[in-house]
Design a binder for this molecule. Structure first.
Ligand code: SF4
Length: 263
């Protein structure tokens, strides 16, 4: 096994800034093959990635973390995308239902510490159940969303999942998104039309005013506007020595090193 750090990806990230989202998805499929999946929360940018996957027809699975307290509109969007884009959407669920969790631990999402625990139990842990199945996950973070995502790299390492994260839409600005969705009539979550700029669990998401930041509707009851659930490692503060371990030949393929030379 070989170590891969964020520093190893600096040069590749620089080169990848020039590539289209579709080229980046194709690169990822070429390098990771069937050890690659996409993670989508069935928000607008996730829908765009799913549409691109459908057009590219590479057989890449889509992972959807179902916390058990999603909006019905989100579940309907998931089902429409699976059926109409002919994608294999795999729903990952928490070990306990929200009712069981509440009976045992109380209503966690009413305090900042409880929110962290609840998001870990209902979002991070379900994703970790597929930790050994994939070496890379495609996400849909965009720098245009601001906050911690304003500097989001296209390629990053995910220590918890021991995999590479790829965000092919990192450079896709709001105008490009709007144009792509209109041109391809992309299936999007209807809640966006009702003022929800971003969409998470029904317990912790509200619409936002036009003058508010996009993420103002997330955990509004906790009084902070820049919170994240922890499922995307680039939203969080990095560990002191971030590194993942992958097979030697895979690290060579990621970094574009030649390995099939003759003596
Ligand atoms: S968004 Fe709220 S309800 Fe959903 S997992 Fe996090 S704290 Fe729990």
């Amino acid at each position: 096994m070989a170590r891969l750090t964020q520093a190893d990806l600096i040069e590749l990230n620089r080169t990848f800034d020039e590539r289209t989202p579709q080229e980046l998805i194709q690169w990822a499929h070429g390098v990771f093959g069937n050890r690659l999946a996409t993670i989508s929360a069935m928000q607008k940018s996730g829908s765009v990635v799913c549409h691109m996957l459908s057009r590219l027809n590479l057989g890449i699975n889509v992972l959807f973390v179902d916390t058990g307290v999603m909006f019905q509109e989100t579940l309907d969007t998931r089902d429409r995308i699976a059926a109409e884009y002919d994608l294999n959407v795999v729903s990952l669920t928490a070990e306990k239902s929200m009712e069981e969790q509440t009976q045992e631990l109380g209503v966690l999402y009413l305090t900042p510490e409880g929110q962290e625990q609840c998001c870990h139990l209902r979002k991070v842990e379900p994703l970790q159940t597929v930790k050994n199945d994939y070496d890379a996950l495609i996400g849909s973070l965009r720098r245009s969303d601001g906050g911690k995502r304003a500097q989001c790299p296209i390629l990053s390492i995910d220590i918890e999942m021991n995999c590479v994260r790829i965000n092919p839409l990192a450079n896709f600005d709001d105008e490009s998104m709007k144009a792509y969705i209109a041109e391809h009539k992309v299936i999007t979550n209807p809640l966006h039309e009702q003022g929800y700029a971003t969409i998470g669990c029904n317990r912790c998401t509200t619409p936002v005013l036009p003058t508010e930041p996009k993420r103002a509707g997330r955990w509004r009851h906790l009084g902070q506007w820049a919170m994240y659930c922890g499922i995307n490692p680039t939203d969080m503060d990095p560990a002191s020595t971030p590194a993942i371990e992958l097979p030697d030949d895979l690290v060579d393929r990621i970094l574009g090193r030649e390995t099939d030379f003759m003596i």
